[in-house]
Write a protein that binds this ligand. Structure first.
Ligand SMILES: CC(C)(COP(=O)(O)OP(=O)(O)OC[C@H]1O[C@@H](n2cnc3c(N)ncnc32)[C@H](O)[C@@H]1OP(=O)(O)O)[C@@H](O)C(=O)NCCC(=O)NCCS
Length: 152
C-alpha cells in the first residue's frame, strides 16, 4: 500500500469486500481512491453504489447509488445498500464523513439517505440543466460521530 500524501490523496489502493445484507449483496469492483459495488438481489445485478473521491488525509468521501431497473424501486434496496456502505465506510475504512448530492426533487434518494443519517447541508440552486429546466441539488452529509450515536 502506498502512503505518500499529495494534494490530499494518499495513493492508497483499496479492494472492497463482499457486503451481505438481508435483501441485497454488495459485490466489489476494484479501483484507486474509490470503493464501488454492484448491488445484487438473488444473484442478479440490479444497480451499483460506491464511495468515490476518497480523501484519505481528511478521511472523507462522496457517495452515489443507482438502482437501474424500475421494477426494483421501492423495495428498500437502496436503503439497505446505503446502510451496508455507511457501516463499511465508518467501521472498516475509518472515514470521518460521507457527502453526497442529489436532485432536490428526488424524494426516494433523500429519504434513504436520511434513514442512514445524512443531514441537510444546503441547496445548490440551479446547479443542473435537464429537460429544459434548471434544477436545484440537495447537499447532504453524515458525520461518523453522529452515525455512531444511532448504532447503540
Ligand atoms: C433513488 C433510488 C436510488 C431509490 O432506490 P429504492 O431502492 O427505490 O429506494 P428504497 O426502496 O430504499 O426507498 C427509499 C425511501 O424512498 C421512498 N420512496 C420510494 N419511491 C419513492 C417515490 N417515487 N417518491 C417518494 N418516495 C419514494 C420509500 O418509501 C423509502 O422511504 P421510507 O423508508 O420512508 O419508506 C432509485 O429510485 C434510483 O436509482 N433512481 C434513479 C437514480 C437516482 O436517482 N439515484 C440517486 C441519485 S445519486
Amino acid at each position: 500500500m502506498k502512503t505518500a500524501a499529495c494534494g490530499g490523496y494518499s495513493g492508497r489502493s483499496v479492494f472492497g469486500p463482499l457486503l451481505r445484507g438481508e435483501k441485497v449483496t454488495l459485490r466489489p469492483a476494484r479501483e484507486n481512491d474509490a470503493e464501488r459495488w454492484v448491488i445484487d438481489v438473488a444473484d442478479q445485478a440490479i444497480g451499483a453504489t460506491g464511495i468515490h473521491a476518497i480523501n484519505w488525509l481528511d478521511a472523507n468521501g462522496t457517495t452515489g447509488i443507482v438502482i437501474g431497473e424500475k421494477a426494483s424501486w421501492g423495495k428498500g434496496y437502496a436503503t439497505e445498500a446505503m446502510r451496508l456502505r455507511t457501516r463499511y465506510a465508518f467501521r472498516e475504512l475509518n472515514l470521518h464523513k460521507l457527502m453526497t448530492e442529489v436532485d432536490a426533487g428526488n424524494e426516494a434518494s433523500r429519504k434513504a439517505l436520511e434513514r442512514n443519517g445524512y443531514r441537510t447541508v444546503g441547496i445548490r440552486r440551479e446547479q443542473t440543466f435537464r429537460e429544459g429546466k434548471w434544477r436545484d441539488r440537495w447537499l447532504g452529509e453524515v458525520l461518523r460521530a453522529d452515525w455512531e450515536k444511532t448504532q447503540a
